[in-house]
Design a binder for this molecule. Sequence first.
Ligand code: PLP
Length: 422
Amino acid sequence: MSNYQLGLEFAKQQDQNDQLSSFRNKFHLPKDHNGNELVYMTGNSLGLQPKITKDYINQELEDWANLGVEGHTEGKNPWLHYHEFLTKTMANIVGAKPLEVVVMNSLTANLHFMMVSFYKPTSKRYKILIEADAFPSDKYAVESQLRHHGYDHEEGLILWKAREGEELANYEDLETILKNQGDDIALIMIGGVNYYTGQFFDLKRITDLGHSYGCIVGFDCAHGAGNVKLNLHDSGADFAVWCSYKYLNSGPGSLSGAFVHERHAYRKDLNRFTGWWSHNKQTRFRMRDEFDQLPGAEGWQLSNPPILSMAAIRASLDVFAEANFDKLCEKSKQLTGYFEFLLLELNNSDIKIITPSHPNERGCQLSIQVLNADKSLHNKLTEAGIITDWREPDVIRCAPVPLYNSFMDIYEFVERLKTILN
Ligand SMILES: *Cc1c(COP(=O)(O)O)cnc(C)c1O
């Protein structure tokens, strides 16, 4: 649908026609001091709380209160297997097989654990390629891996940069880098959806290209999971990681997901860090056995996991399953397309959308560059009851999330923005 229209009536009509509009009521929407609902556009940073989350967590608190340690086996949702309740829905959201997915640890930690197995530098091939404006934590992580293996983190890091005067990374430039330096690169690690520009990369294209030069290819999908169809299995990527507190609405600091491609599922030659939770489930509690590697992504677990956080993830994944991820992605394209339409209609030279205009090359986020790099615009939006976030040097990131944002949210956003700009 591309015949968007200006005006309040159109926004109202779209919300009325939206089959998913009732999902907004399943979330707690933040309010201002006077009790008025805020326009929340930062689900890309911290997703909102589903109303059922409290019940899911309370269930586990109750089992803990009533059963103590027996909750591991006798609880309503036995804790021993709790992470398995998440696997299928999570795998569906990221487009993977259940064998390829596990929920464990937090995001940057998982990135390191993946690199323990998949960054295997040799004296001839040790460099790591990342996108130039990668999320800082990812950059710090790969730099420290370089140092950990005894390499200089500046010399060992190759940056895939946007061209002078452009904001988006260009595939031709990646091809050129690989043509010239592909044999030096051990690992390509890219943010599947760039946190700053909102650019959704073609994971399969990057993976195929990387593999053709003998590189391992992994993605940080923190801004992709629950936002776009990642199709991780079909992409052929070696590994991926993501967090569950952004689009996956599982609460601040909640656990991360990890994907390891099926082709690595039964490998015993990969170096890994292990713990009792990486050990064969059948014999884990004999406690005296020699280590027996659990197959698939689960084999990368170390510890018994925090059930209270997992309960929040489970609640959120149940909401996703009820809404249907395909339908959410459909709505997302309409919401963001409408948002783009209204912003472009403002025709204001102080702002510019830097996110790709093609719906297949972005998720729901639009990054609005403020041309005089003035943070006061962001502050004024906040005062006007609109929650967005500012990213240095000059971008306001806005993410209308199809689960709980409405066409009216977008209409209100742009109306208030217009007033501020004038
Ligand atoms: C949000 C985000 C992080 C945050 O990492 P944590 O370990 O969860 O604190 C890291 N990388 C990317 C790409 C992100 O978007």
